[in-house]
Design a protein around this ligand. Structure first.
Ligand SMILES: C[S@@+](CC[C@H](N)C(=O)[O-])C[C@H]1O[C@@H](n2cnc3c(N)ncnc32)[C@H](O)[C@@H]1O
Length: 300
């Protein structure tokens, strides 16, 4: 059986994924339960069992993802017994053995992280967004996530040195080089691999949501309208909302009925928001003809 697109399925993704066709998904964006985290809410997995739990799911993700698709995994290791856990590092190694390429690591900087003090570390304000692919050549639409150049261009590009005007090859032998003068006169630049996004405190009745801007950014970067985005750990439906607003199809899976209900409500809201956006856009593109007012001269 092939699932219809644009559904949020109830159940364990390990049981649901086998019902999807091979190579039917363009992008997977997801945030699974972190090891041991929030056990009371939706069941964590102990760090030493995490890789064994995740690998069969990852095998299915590999099968359903198109060869030129991407898999973005938002995850973070906690501090246990005074030391950072290593289960994410173990997971990366295990996924590579399974055939995935660990293509990139994006850093989600949580701009509004609450303050705090610990005796041996500072507040944690970032999470990993691990980018895996099946091949070195995959689809990526970098222009879709360009950012304004910012004020630095006025100072930095005003006085170019001789090196700035030629390709300056990396001194550490990475093979990368830069020519700063290429950016003169441009208003937009490519972003870095650090995403500065605030967490969203919402009333969506889920304790571990990511902001809609997070899946949106990866959806824009790795897909085009009409593509299929899968989130096997859908939670409150954030990825589905991002997909709807960007005119992509979504497939979601969620273990707990109460969270699936929240996700379904999110989807309904997202369609409403998209309808409003489309009405606004169409009004802008096709403004109503200005009514000609007939002025009748009065004898008064
Ligand atoms: C970190 S939360 C995802 C939050 C989501 N990104 C959002 O913005 O709302 C992980 C979700 O995965 C669900 N989950 C846990 N194990 C699962 C499984 N085996 N299959 C499907 N969903 C699962 C949990 O119930 C939880 O809602």
């Amino acid at each position: 059986m092939e699932y219809m697109h644009d559904q949020i399925l109830l159940g364990d993704c390990l049981a649901l994924l086998p019902c999807m066709s091979d190579q039917s998904v363009d992008l997977i964006v997801t945030s699974p339960p972190y090891a041991d985290a929030r056990k009371s809410t939706y069941g964590g997995h102990p760090p030493d069992q995490y890789v064994a739990w995740f690998l069969p799911i990852a095998e299915e993700l590999y099968r359903v993802l198109k060869d030129n698709g991407s898999f973005v995994l938002n995850i973070k290791e906690r501090v246990v017994g005074g030391e950072r856990g290593i289960y994410v590092l173990e997971l990366i190694l295990a996924l590579r053995k399974q055939g995935w390429l660990w293509t990139e690591e994006y850093c989600w900087h949580k701009k509004n992280c609450y303050p705090g003090k610990w005796p041996n570390r500072f507040r944690d304000s970032w999470e990993r967004c691990l980018h895996f692919t099946k091949a070195k050549h995959f689809r990526m639409y970098q222009d879709a996530v360009k950012v304004p150049m910012g004020d630095w261009k006025d100072k930095r590009l005003a006085n170019l040195s001789e090196t700035d005007r030629t390709r300056d090859n990396s001194r550490v032998g990475s093979g990368f080089g830069k020519n700063v003068s290429n950016w003169v006169g441009r208003d937009e630049a490519y972003p870095t691999n650090v995403l500065h996004l605030a967490t969203e405190s919402s009333n969506r009745q889920h304790s571990a949501t990511f902001p809609v801007a997070l899946p949106s950014w990866f959806i824009k970067l790795f897909t085009v309208p009409g593509d299929v985005v899968l989130d096997p750990f859908m939670g409150s439906g954030t990825t589905a909302k991002a997909a709807i607003l960007l005119d992509r199809h979504y497939v979601g899976m969620e273990l707990l009925p109460e969270y699936r209900a929240v996700a379904l409500a999110t989807v309904t809201e997202a369609w409403e928001e998209r309808r409003k956006q489309e009405t606004k856009r169409s009004r802008k593109e096709n403004p109503e003809p200005v009514q000609e007012t007939l002025l009748v001269a009065s004898d008064d």
